[in-house]
Design a binder for this molecule. Structure first.
Ligand code: TYD
Ligand code: MG
Length: 453
């Protein structure tokens, strides 16, 4: 009997009984590949993962206390919600060359120092290459076991025999299961391998780290599907030109998301950054127009960040708007507010906005920072270096209160700021003395008047 096959989009996982030139779901061209129809093994794996499914009352369930181990890297432990949970599967995604292998080699070394053996499976680099990296990182642990293997069955076999305290798979795209005919890295392979590793992790209580490459589109190598399978998804980000690296939680079944860990890539590996605010403000030019400091929050962590803007006359044609680290449309919107509500002439101006240090700021509280930096550059007046701002700006120029105002104020006060320009809604509720002069502002005009008085 002929084995049944179907066609699946390698970009989004959409399946179809016949080949299609264009995916009706994600509109990718020429992305369909033939896949073997498997007896629904994933259904089986789901039920077996949690034992035989019997209906039971919620109150009768006794939660097993999560067992967490430290990776020896504080920043990594924090993004994981306070250490590595036994039997969890953690996906670490990021651009090639950002430092995923370095991070995980350092983590496996930390874990093996704390609790014993760690298994590092590499399908990308030879043991010699890994050794060279380990020398650079001064890792000489006897407890790290290398396995250059890409067959999932062989990896699980080795892991079952070895019983390590942690497994690192570098990368999930190189691993294949012998049960499927499609090439390693295809949606079905990646998904099936991840599901099997998940099953293995839950059964054995061994935590598994998966390295995943990110495609140009930003999804983890086509298979976004992977994100649904694993327990935790971390993205390792940063500019190649900068030495800062940010580890961000995108999904976490055992902790908060949007938590960040900050590292600096040095000659001898990744260093943890304990005081990021000081680091991001280190090279701040004082008394220079176009620079403003905003108190931002990433996860639970306050960060003082410098925003820079350059406003200059457009030489020909359309004015240019360029943003790095903040949303392009957000900047356009704020510029429109400045034109309409304050009457600034920005229509014939090129406007550039940049977040210093390669950070990406997405929360609305940075709005006021963008406004301040743009006005400072346009008017050619520097902002007093002891002033900082935060607040969300609405379309009618009103300034809205933001969350966690006190955390922001404390951080700013700690590193020596003196004057806070913040939403009036936050200022009214403020209790206690932060060692700061606090000015609450209701609209953009009040903010500009205060900052540039
Ligand atoms: P790597 O961990 O191999 O990245 P990935 O696994 O994400 O592809 O690290 C890549 C870069 O980091 C490489 O360009 C060299 C640099 N690097 C350092 O600057 N210092 C170091 O100590 C190490 C090990 C790497
Ligand atoms: Mg690598």
């Amino acid at each position: 009997m002929k084995t049944k096959t179907f066609f699946q989009c390698q970009a989004c996982g959409h399946s179809s009984p016949k080949w299609l030139g264009k995916c009706p779901d994600c509109n990718a061209w020429n992305s369909f590949a033939e896949e073997k129809k498997e007896p629904s093994s994933r259904h089986a794996s789901l039920t077996s993962r949690f034992g035989k499914a019997e209906p039971q009352t919620l109150s009768s369930i006794r939660p097993a206390s999560e067992q967490r181990t430290s990776s020896g890297i504080k920043e990594l432990d924090r993004v994981l919600g306070g250490g590595i949970v036994a039997g969890s599967v953690i996906l670490v995604g990021g651009d090639p060359g950002i430092g995923k292998s370095t991070l995980l080699l350092q983590a496996i070394s930390g874990i093996s120092e704390n609790s014993g053996k760690g298994l590092y499976v590499s399908g990308e680099e030879s043991p010699e290459q890994i050794k060279i990296r380990a020398e650079r990182l001064s890792i000489h642990s006897e407890e790290i076991i290398l396995l250059p293997e890409t067959s999932l069955e062989a990896i699980i076999h080795a892991a079952t025999k070895l019983v390590p305290n942690v497994i690192v798979i570098d990368s999930i795209q190189t691993v294949y299961t012998e049960e499927l005919i499609s090439a390693p890295g295809s949606v079905s392979q990646v998904r099936e391998c991840a599901a099997k590793l998940m099953l293995f992790a839950k059964k054995s209580d061994i935590p598994v780290f998966l390295v995943g490459h990110v495609t140009k589109e930003g999804a983890i190598a086509g298979p976004r599907v992977l994100e649904h399978i694993v327990d935790t998804v971390l993205y390792f980000e940063g500019d190649r030109g900068h030495s800062y690296r940010i580890l961000r939680t995108v999904k976490n079944r055992f902790g908060a998301t949007n938590e960040i860990g900050i590292f600096e890539m040095s000659d001898s590996g990744l260093l943890e950054v304990d005081n990021p605010s000081e680091l991001f403000l280190l090279e701040r030019p004082l008394h220079v127009p176009g620079s403003a400091v905003v108190a931002s929050i990433e996860g639970t962590r306050p960060l003082m960040v410098e925003l820079q803007s350059l406003v200059s006359q457009t030489n020909f044609g359309m004015p240019r708007r360029t943003t790095i680290g903040v949303d392009f449309n957000k900047v356009n919107l704020l510029v429109a507010v400045l034109e309409k509500k304050i009457g600034l002439h920005l229509g014939g101006m090129d406007i550039f906005v940049n977040v210093v240090g390669g950070l990406k700021l997405i929360e609305p509280a940075v709005d006021l920072g963008i406004i301040t930096a743009v006005v400072s550059s346009l008017r050619d007046i520097p902002v007093d270096p002891r002033i900082f701002v935060f607040g969300e700006v609405g379309l009618s120029g009103e300034i809205r209160a933001v969350a966690q105002a006190e955390t922001r104020l404390k951080e700013a006060s700690k590193i020596g700021f003196r004057h806070a320009v913040i939403p009036a809604g936050n200022a009214e509720k403020m209790r206690g003395d932060f060692g700061l002069e606090i000015t609450g502002v209701k609209n953009v005009e009040e903010c500009i008047d205060t900052v540039f008085s």
